[in-house]
Design a protein around this ligand. Sequence first.
Ligand code: ACO
Length: 334
Amino acid sequence: MPMYAHIVGVGSYLPERILSNTDLERMVDTNDEWIVSRTGIQERHLAADDEATSDLAALAGERALVSSGISKADVDLIIVATSTPDMLFPSTACLAQKKMGLTCPAYDINAACTGFVYALQAAVASIESGRTRTVLVIGADALTRYVDFTDRGTCVLFGDGAGAVVLQAGAEPGVRGIVLGADGSGADMLKVPAGGSAAPATVERIEAHDHYLKMSGNEVFKFAVRVVPRVTTEALEASGMSIEELDWLVPHQANQRIIDAAAERLGMPSERVFSNIARTGNTSAATIPLALDELYTSGRLAVGNTMALVAFGAGLTWGAAVITWTLPHANKED
Ligand code: ACO
């Protein structure tokens, strides 16, 4: 009998502090009308001064574990997808492990905004091979710590947050096909140039704002509109399914115009395309698990629903996964 990994718990965390478009109007030359019409974003959450990525990750991870009903002692592995680690090392996964009171192996994956789909692939491979039974996968980012709040072309886009799922082996189909991609020739389109081994922090680099996120917005936009439908189609093919069989498309939340264009190319009706970008902005590796938790807790996901998760990001990277939902809703009989 084939073995599948499936989701047995989901949780998320958004920091309390909210930064609205009106707040941004006071910081840079922008306005609510431009931000809403060009991106769909109305507000985003900001980590508190004493909150780091591992704090967001640990809170989302704890909530996913509670939702699964699985005890901490039974978790075999933690994978944290993040591109905004607390520090270069130790890994954010190790820091979150301690905060959650877990003792299992823990490591980070950095595939920028595609990180959660990459981490899902690693978790699924580990479960399907029989090497682990229970894996906690967390997508967590505090990108606003790397955003230049004097650059109106990027500072309106990003927010902080975390989401998590618990995966276990099961006989019924859960995670079906996953397709990943990367193209390092696009590395310059989206990067934080300084602070790593290529350009260690110096006063000059910090004064030049080189330790902040730099993005060629238009190029990333065109790449995203092309790659999202393509990789979604490839993941459906790998799963032996068609777009008509999808109950939900859960895309990375980077720009509502990217979401709409990709959905249109795929022929997916808008009411089956998840979006919460208006309230969260782009939370990088957290967008997809945040979406899963919101869909689940709002009662919009039923056991047996099939969805495609699809993301893209710096690297360049991209990835899609087709999943059949197996977690009954906490408050109702499915
Ligand atoms: N407020 C007002 N005006 C602005 C703002 C702003 N916040 N930002 C840019 N503008 C101006 C520009 O200066 C430009 O003015 P000009 O014509 O006088 O030069 C004009 O608006 C148009 O700028 P464009 O960059 O062409 O605007 P566009 O419609 O492409 O939208 C955006 C820009 C929103 C950044 C878009 O390109 C985008 O969403 N790109 C994809 C970004 C993305 O997905 N990034 C995440 C990747 S995931 C990861 O790994 C982190």
